[in-house]
Write a protein that binds this ligand. Sequence first.
Ligand SMILES: [Zn+2]
Length: 91
Amino acid sequence: MSPIKLVVLAILFYIAYRLLTSGKKKDKAENLSASTEQDSAPVADVLVEDPVCRKLVPKQQAVRLQHKEKIVYFCSEACCDRFVSQEGEKV
Ligand SMILES: [Zn+2]
């Protein structure tokens, strides 16, 4: 066997190895991105969107409003009041 063939075989093995491990690596990358997202938010909490100002608020700190059998979250009482008055006008 010539040295060139050995190099080609080595490259093929490397590619096969990369293909076999790429699935696992992808999972790890997803886990990493998920953990970095948690790191950016100091509170391990779910972020909810304020429908009035589109701000993302941690669920625990958000102002809650029961609205049409579902709970709506706001960054502040002011946004909550604004939402209530807007919805009142619509209906
Ligand atoms: Zn708001």
